[in-house]
Write a protein of this length. Sequence first.
Length: 435
Amino acid sequence: MTSDSVRYAESSGKTEILRLVAGGSEAAFPLHDVILTATASLPSPLPLAAPPLEGMVAIDGNPVIRIDLAQLLTGQPGAGRTVAVVRLEGRTVALRVDHITLEKGVPSLPHELTALLRTFTPSSVASGAKGAASPRIVPVQLMLLRDRGVTIGVPAAAIERIDRITARHDLLTESGNPLTLVRVNEELFPAYPLPSRMAGVMEGTSSWGLIVTPGSARVVWTAAEVLGLHAAVPERIRSLAIPDEQPLLWYETESGDIVEIIDPDGRMDVRSTPPPSVRKSVAERRGDLYLRCGPFCCLLSLGMVGFVPETMTGLTAKPSASGDLPVIDLARLLGFTGERSPCRGVLLIGGTGARQVVAVDEIRDAALMRVGNLLPLPAVPAAVARLCDGVVLDEKTGEWVYSLHGLLDGPAIESALMGWLPVVEIEGTTPALPS
């Protein structure tokens, strides 16, 4: 979280929203359309992308396109370090913004964002791709906090307001029991540490206060740090029965960490839903090619490959015979504009027998790379959907690898054309597939 306050406005008829501020402009999403918030990290480059599209990021292990909301709304690049992942018209995107607030109000969706997303091809999961499960998983919105050295989640809908504690007073009651009063947004409340049952080390004075009503009285729970909003998939929420006590709730993250859930008013619904399926494991890609070209990483099925020449000597500016093959710089075709001198080539063969050579920087066996499962594309620009049939996360580098699914075409071919490879060079070349 980059804002100093996350608050709910007490206004009848209004709904829970997440307000995004970017470059002086604002957008407001209904809370049920917000998947999570996080700190921005470096995205993987997206083929054929231009601002405000910034690349593809991993959200709970799934691919999502990231958009600079300030650039989209104002034309100037934003400097924010916060990302909000939202759903809009069946498409999930990550928006980089300056800061966010959680409150009650009226949703306000920028028409520029709506218009941009309508040009995207919906995700293959949402489109009913064969073998994919329904993407409709209703998440539990948790506000993640840090206190006593552990991460704790509180259902966002149970929080009236979150704000900085501006004053603290320790009192002595007539019974002799100590009582702490804190000032939050000009109001005084009795304050208590977050009632966590996870063992942790007490930290310094907590600076955040959550106004909650765990019964009939409004109180403040104190926390050291607000980490942000997170949509917890119900199937990863667990409950542990403890004799003579309330059950312990926790959320198991993708990395296996445990986040205790504290439910002040008993509103939790932990119904589970089946996870989305993956289409193809890396074991089935054994022998396929892993290509690096400029900033992009790609997978290429051996069913498309004629062979891999040892060199690409003999390039000519124009074809000299009917069998000469066009050589296309794959990085330039994907949108890279930097200096290029690719040294490897792959001969692609289409279903009709058409042939072309793509020039890349590196060729390796995909089975030797630490890549995971092939996932369906998220909502992406139509040009990307025509080029790729899925993405794979490289577990070693954290980069998204794009799976190409056919011969390359389109208006960018001419600008990416390096020259022509004489057919005699191809016919006299020994294949050199990577080992």
